[in-house]
Design a protein around this ligand. Structure first.
Ligand SMILES: Cc1cc2nc3c(=O)[nH]c(=O)nc-3n(C[C@H](O)[C@H](O)[C@H](O)COP(=O)(O)O)c2cc1C
Length: 227
């Protein structure tokens, strides 16, 4: 796949075939992805690939926490107040609402159908049943926001490179909402800070959710040319 084609066609995949993803494929993707830039060549990333029984346990634990109404507590703060999503305003709120409208529209779930929405949420907290999940962590000694920026670069490489292998992915905060459970099940030591998860697998293109193509702002609305 040509690079520009890959960048343009990439989108989040939220329904997967049950086919397992070979570990060798995931390792190849990661070995390419670490070509990402990082400040002072810090390479702050480390990865945990979670599959099989461990992934089953992780999904189960995540669903339990969700059903118990536990407040998500990712190690990268969501908003200013611990665990609470920031209140979005203006165009940002509009984009968030538009995404939800598009998603639930494709799923045939109306805004009054609380049960339907909750069923979808339960799929999300089980990482859309992806056959594999990559959890990206950084060493706790790395302070400040710059290493987090580096994680963004490597994550983007992962989701782009995955396409070359016919794989789809979804970067997901929902994977890392309950870090205590992740540490227990995956065995991530306290010395590592859990940043983000990526659900990965072969896309089920028959599922309506995978018809979702999110919108982007017109480029001339967001570019200022100064010369
Ligand atoms: C940091 C981050 C966290 C995300 N968390 C979730 C998530 O928990 N659940 C989900 O369905 N999508 C999640 N997404 C995917 C976004 O909703 C998606 O990237 C956005 O709507 C744009 O759509 P696209 O990726 O299809 O272009 C996340 C994306 C990012 C970058």
């Amino acid at each position: 796949m040509k690079l520009l084609e890959g960048i343009k066609s990439r989108k989040s995949i939220r329904a997967f075939k049950t086919d397992p993803v070979p570990v060798e494929t995931l390792m190849e993707i990661l070995s390419v992805s670490v070509q990402a830039p990082s400040g002072v060549n810090l390479q702050p990333w480390e990865f945990f690939i979670v599959k099989g029984e461990a992934l089953k346990d992780l999904k189960h634990a995540s669903l339990e926490e969700h059903r118990l109404g536990k407040t998500p507590n990712p190690e990268l703060p969501i908003g200013d107040i611990k665990g609470v999503s920031p209140v979005l305003e203006g165009v940002f709120r509009e984009r968030q609402v538009e995404l939800a409208k598009q998603m639930f529209g494709l799923l045939g779930i109306s805004k009054h159908d609380k049960e339907g929405m909750e069923q979808w949420n339960e799929r999300m907290v089980q990482f859309y049943n992806a056959p594999a999940v990559i959890i990206v962590v950084i060493d706790r000694t790395l302070q400040g926001l710059w290493p987090i920026l580096d994680i963004g670069f490597v994550a983007q490489n992962i989701i782009l490179a995955a396409q070359e292998y016919g794989l789809g992915s979804c970067v997901m905060r929902a994977i890392v909402d309950y870090p205590e459970q992740i540490r227990k099940i995956v065995g991530i030591p306290e010395s590592k800070r859990i940043i983000i998860g990526i659900a990965i697998g072969y896309p089920d293109m028959n599922h309506p959710i995978n018809r979702l193509k999110t919108k982007r702002e017109r480029i001339d609305e967001i570019v200022t040319l100064v010369s």
